[in-house]
Design a protein around this ligand. Structure first.
Ligand code: ZN
Length: 222
């Protein structure tokens, strides 16, 4: 797996110091600064502490099975710049290299918020997932614009397709937070809003695309 994060800090230098501080108990394999400078902090075959309590397709202890990439960003502040082009260009090259070495399927290139929806919102709804999809590193399903797309749906109808996409609905946990993690990544215009018919259609189409990927044995990295 590859887990994408933002640092939620004001500078890449400060983030690297924190990620290398044993007291902080957080680490990641890579950090990409806003100017595109990539820094490796942990070997890819070593475990870094970036995922925390998390789950994907029923698997837990994701630190033991994932490579963590931090993107230098001040987070969700209103004045936060959008991820600069040069930062995303370096990320795309890194994804090509890492996915080539480890054969990571598209369904396992995830946001921190995907695997820890009750705790995390990074890398946020402004992250350019469509650019990753265009470069062959993510599955993108456009939201329908048909009549009725804005009709509300019961959040419970999203549980089966989102489970097929990898999302984990833990017993006793609020399913609305999982739906919001899905919105944040796949239907960003509905982040923080209740699900609609458009949410359901995107979830079903995404589940079908992931089912199709699972049926193909060989995972071809671009
Ligand atoms: Zn994170």
């Amino acid at each position: 797996m590859i887990v994408l994060h933002y640092t939620d800090m004001t500078s890449a230098e400060a983030a690297i110091l924190r990620l290398c501080d044993p007291e902080a108990k957080v680490s990641a394999h890579y950090l990409i600064a806003a100017d595109g400078t990539a820094t490796q902090m942990v070997e890819e075959d070593r475990r870094a502490w970036h995922a925390g309590v998390s789950a994907w397709f029923g698997a837990t202890d994701l630190n033991s099975r994932s490579i963590g990439i931090e993107l230098d960003s001040p987070g969700h502040r209103p004045d936060a710049p959008i991820f600069p082009d040069r930062q995303i260009a370096v990320l795309l090259a890194l994804l090509t290299a890492v996915r080539g070495r480890w054969r990571v399927p598209l369904r396992n290139v995830v946001a921190h918020s995907d695997i820890a929806p009750h705790r995390k919102i990074d890398p946020g709804e402004a992250f350019p997932w469509q650019r990753l999809a265009a470069a062959g590193h993510a599955i993108y399903v456009p939201a329908p614009d048909a009549p009725g797309a804005a009709s509300p749906v019961d959040p419970a109808v999203l549980i089966p397709p989102l489970t097929r996409c990898g999302y984990t609905f833990a017993a006793g946990a609020d399913p609305a937070l999982v739906v919001d993690a899905f919105h944040r990544r796949h239907v960003p215009s509905l982040t923080g809003a209740p699900p609609t018919e458009a949410s359901l259609q995107v979830a079903r189409a995404l589940a079908a695309a992931i089912d199709a990927e699972m049926k193909t044995k060989a995972v071809a990295a671009p």
